[in-house]
Every structure is written in C-alpha cells, then in structure tokens.
Write a protein that binds this ligand. Structure first.
Ligand SMILES: [Ca+2]
Ligand SMILES: [Ca+2]
Ligand SMILES: [Ca+2]
Length: 195
C-alpha cells in the first residue's frame, strides 16, 4: 500500500505548493509560512513560527527546516495519540484533518500497526521494521535490496541508539532523511529537464 511513501510525498507536495506562491520557489517566506500553517496545521499555535523553524536564520524556511518541524510536531502528536490510546479515549476523526495532518496521522498509525505485532508494542523490532519498509516504503526497500543491503544494516540506519529496536522518534528521523533525499532527487530531475 505504500502508505508511508505516500504520506512523505504529500508533505513534499504541501511544502512546494506554498513555497511556489511568490519569491523564491524553494523557500517559504513569512507570508507563505503563515498561510501554510493556517490552512494545513490549524491546531498548531505558533507565536513566532519563522524563528521557531528558520534554523539557519536566512529569513525563510527551506524544505529541510520544514521537514524537521513536521518531524517534531509528529513526535508530539505521537505522544498524545499513544496516551489517548492507552486511556481508551482515542476517537478517529481522520475526515476532519487536513492533508498534512492526515499524513502525520498515517505515519503514526502505520508505525503502531507494525510495532504492535511482537515484542515492545511501541517499538519496531527488526522483523517488524523489515515488514514495514517492504510494504509501506517499497521504493526505498527495493533500492536497499538492489544494493544488497542486509536487514541488519538497514536496522542500524534506523536504530540510531543501537538498543535493538526502533522507537517513533528514530523512525521520524529516518523519515526526515528519506523526505530530504526524495526532495533533492525531484529538484535535480526538474533542474536537469531544463525548465
Ligand atoms: Ca532558513
Ligand atoms: Ca514491536
Ligand atoms: Ca533504538
């Protein structure tokens, strides 16, 4: 079903849709950023979103800065999601969410679905990690297997603290790296097509 890849593509799409409104096509200026947050992430209240996100202080938000912000926001969404799940107060109302919120929820739900199969229900053990990648990130998985990457090597990329399981934060760090690589590949393709 490739739900994770589709969620990442929709995050890319949202960034570029708003970044292309005016000025630099690959950066969000303050106006574009405010429009994006109002329309796509209405529940996130940010007094000064630009200084929050603009880590290189150039007055604009590039895709890397955007995806890091999304990663952090998804990680805090994960925490409240799991808390509600444990209390049994979780109510699914995906239809009210914007495409960006949906992408974040899909990342959380897909991770949980695979993580809860065995061992720690909130972490991916190696087999769960492999199943998730194979089914939900098939393009990346095929790329790994065509380079003869072993599952243990792939696991090392995700399990950055080396404790033998992938927690949600580690997963989102991996997703951010993947999103950046996809974004760069897309930009390179567009640039080389001479438009
Ligand atoms: Ca910046
Ligand atoms: Ca598990
Ligand atoms: Ca870990």
């Amino acid at each position: 079903m490739a739900r994770v890849e589709l969620a990442v593509y929709s995050l890319l799409e949202v960034f570029h849709k708003y970044a292309a409104i005016e000025g630099d096509l690959l950066q969000l200026n303050i106006r574009e950023l405010q429009t994006l947050l109002q329309r796509e992430l209405p529940t996130i209240k940010q007094d000064d979103p630009l200084s929050e996100m603009d880590s290189n202080h150039d007055g604009e938000v590039d895709f890397e800065e955007f995806i890091i912000f999304i990663t952090k926001s998804t990680a805090s969404k994960w925490e409240s999601y799991v808390r509600q799940l444990l209390k049994g107060t979780r109510n699914e109302k995906l239809e009210d969410e914007t495409s960006t919120e949906k992408a974040m929820t899909v990342l959380i739900q897909t991770f949980l679905q695979y993580a809860s199969k065995e061992g720690n229900p909130l972490c991916l053990e190696i087999k769960e990690m492999k199943h998730l990648l194979k089914a939900e990130m098939p393009t990346l998985y095929k790329c790994f297997t065509s380079h003869h990457r072993r599952t243990a090597e792939i696991m090392k990329m995700l399990d950055t603290d080396g404790n033998g399981e992938v927690d949600f934060k580690e997963f989102m760090t991996f997703i951010a790296k993947f999103a950046l690589a996809v974004d760069m590949a897309v930009i390179r393709t567009v640039a080389s097509s001479g438009t």
